[in-house]
Design a protein around this ligand. Structure first.
Ligand code: FES
Length: 126
């Protein structure tokens, strides 16, 4: 992995943005990666059909935690409709590194939980 991107991922893993709980919240979700048992949850506050604020919680590998942190900064302000339609490419592009097939679920776990909370569709993003 390119040093720049490794540092970027590690920075988000060690100092995750928007990590914790959000009270009160309007939407919530919790998912786990069946391959490893790691979990990721989200609390979302909604205003005018947009994500006003959100917090992630849970535990997982560097890729899953960094993905959640990076995505959290982009998700704030998005309309619920936009979020419901986000695909796997959106997340992989944000990460900026090649993700192997075995780590794909790590990278997509946060998007799965957010989309599930927003739309009720808990399918893995494709
Ligand atoms: Fe569990 Fe990556 S190894 S989410």
């Amino acid at each position: 992995m390119d040093d720049l991107y490794r540092d970027y991922i590690l920075d988000h893993y060690k100092r995750p943005r928007n990590f914790g709980s959000l009270e009160p919240h309007d939407l919530e979700g919790l998912e786990h990666n069946p391959l490893c048992g790691d979990e990721l949850g989200v609390h979302i506050r909604v205003k005018d059909e947009r994500i006003e604020d959100l917090r992630f919680h849970g535990f997982g590998c560097a890729i899953s935690q960094a993905s959640a942190s990076i995505a959290s900064e982009e998700l704030k302000g998005m309309s619920l409709r936009e979020v419901a339609e986000l695909g796997a490419d959106w997340m992989i592009d944000l990460l900026g590194i090649p993700v192997s097939a075995t780590r794909r679920k790590c990278a997509l776990l946060n998007l799965k939980v957010v989309r599930g909370a927003v739309s009720g569709d808990d399918a893995w993003p494709s």
